[in-house]
Design a protein around this ligand. Structure first.
Ligand code: FAD
Length: 393
């Protein structure tokens, strides 16, 4: 069978591309349903973009690569699309936009856009092999127990990264990229909880608080969650993208910076209150209990000279921890690294060496922060490839 454009992967990027790539598009996916990650995203409400999305919210060996696509198909374009489909949304925090309803609305919207563009979708279809015969791509696929060879003028790799293999993530995109001579940068789990080998926070499991977490030179101020295995919560997930094995992270448990003044003030008003009791008015009690021995907390507020209070607060504002590892691809929201952008055009997402081969979405070495940025990259890169394919034919 001949198609103009074959898109591998009916995820966020693949569906967006299919809606814009012109006639003769076939999308294939080995899953039972399209857009499974969209379905589970944002706690079921899909954090589909971010009002503040810009190139500075992305990690890549080439931080400039994402600029063109993000600048040409912006968060405002996607918001307009969502509005056109009558999907209600709200800003939760920090510019993060979520559906008022459920995330399948976004999947239905993309399927509708694909159908309008005349794109076909084959599910439960897996890729058995890919070749280029000099004129077109030849892709062997297995579907309903039979093997079939598809010939395509354009081939779009949109099979995502390695995160959550239980949901069908594979390294296929990297294998295809290498097969056609493209480099793949080091890949690692990102937006992922960090773990400690001694389960030191098990007793605090479920405790959450606002904090500023610094790793690898980047700092994020949001909630931190103590878990049975270590640390999670948005601030830690964000920092995980910058953390490397063997390195420390630093937690500032007083990100607003008012704790020292508050302790001094209470020393005047309630000097007979125990330091621990007063700290537990500002931090979760179980955390104060956990930290008390290390901080050498004892006595009443009135017993603590200024220097001692400053020492305690200083330690709380620079709590240094060395995670043993992360929870890995099993729970990581994204894969950091991927297909080297040096081999791709930032305008079109097309390979510089293999005309007609496009790579988009999470498979590419462009990774967003937590908060709707990764979907925005999927929409923008999918759109950019779609436009280029429509022109190329
Ligand atoms: C739990 C969770 C929550 C998330 N929440 C958010 C959020 O709220 N906001 C946000 O911006 N980002 C979120 N993300 C990240 C976001 O889901 C991804 O960045 C985005 O889905 C990437 O889009 P993609 O199209 O490149 O890849 P995917 O959406 O992963 O799509 C890839 C498609 O390729 C198919 N595929 C893979 N391998 C093969 C193969 N060998 N053969 C055939 N088909 C294959 C898959 O079945 C899948 O349909 C979340 C991720 C997770 C895991």
């Amino acid at each position: 069978m001949d198609v103009s454009t074959l898109i591998l992967g009916a995820g966020a990027a693949g569906m967006m591309c299919a809606a814009h790539a012109g006639p003769g598009v076939l999308v294939i996916d080995h899953a039972k349903r399209p857009g499974e990650k969209i379905r589970i995203s944002g706690g079921g409400r899909c954090n589909f973009t971010n009002l503040h999305a810009g190139p500075e919210n992305f990690l890549s060996a080439n931080p400039h690569f994402c600029k063109s696509a993000l600048g040409r198909y912006t968060q405002w374009d996607f918001i307009e699309l969502v509005a056109r489909h009558g999907i209600g949304w709200h800003e939760k925090t920090l510019g993060q936009l979520f559906c008022d309803g459920k995330s399948p609305q976004i999947i239905a919207m993309l399927q509708d856009e694909m159908a309008r563009a005349g794109a076909d979708l084959w599910l439960r279809t897996s890729v058995a092999g890919i070749a280029h015969d000099g004129a077109a791509f030849r892709v062997a696929v297995d579907r309903e127990g039979a093997r079939e060879v598809l010939r395509a003028h354009n081939l779009v790799v949109a099979t995502g990264g390695k995160s959550i293999p239980a949901m069908g993530a594979t390294g296929l995109a990297y294998d295809i990229a290498r097969q056609f001579g493209h480099a793949v940068t080091e890949t690692r789990p990102a937006l992922v909880p960090l773990t400690f080998s001694d389960k030191r926070f098990a007793a605090l499991s479920g405790t959450a608080m606002p904090a500023r977490v610094t790793a690898g030179g980047a700092a994020f101020e949001e909630a931190v969650l103590f878990t049975h295995r270590g640390l999670s919560g948005p601030a830690v997930l964000q920092a995980s993208s910058y953390w490397r094995e063997g390195c420390e992270i630093a937690l500032d448990l007083d990100p607003g910076g008012g704790l020292l003044d508050a302790l001094r003030d209470q020393r005047q008003r309630a000097g007979r209150r125990k330091v621990e009791t007063e700290l537990a008015r500002h931090l979760p009690g179980r955390l104060v209990e956990h930290l008390a021995p290390g901080l050498g907390l004892s006595g009443n507020l009135a017993d603590q000279p200024d220097a001692r209070l400053a020492e305690v607060v200083g330690a709380l504002r620079n709590w240094r921890l060395k995670p043993a590892g992360s929870e890995g691809y099993r729970t990581a929201e994204v894969t950091l690294g991927g297909i080297d952008t040096a081999g791709l055009s930032s305008q079109t997402m097309m390979s510089r060496s293999v005309p007609g081969l496009f790579m988009i979405g999470e498979a590419v070495d462009v990774t967003g922060w937590l908060g709707g940025y990764n979907f925005q990259w999927a929409w923008s890169s999918g759109w950019a490839a779609g436009q280029a394919i429509r022109v190329r034919g």
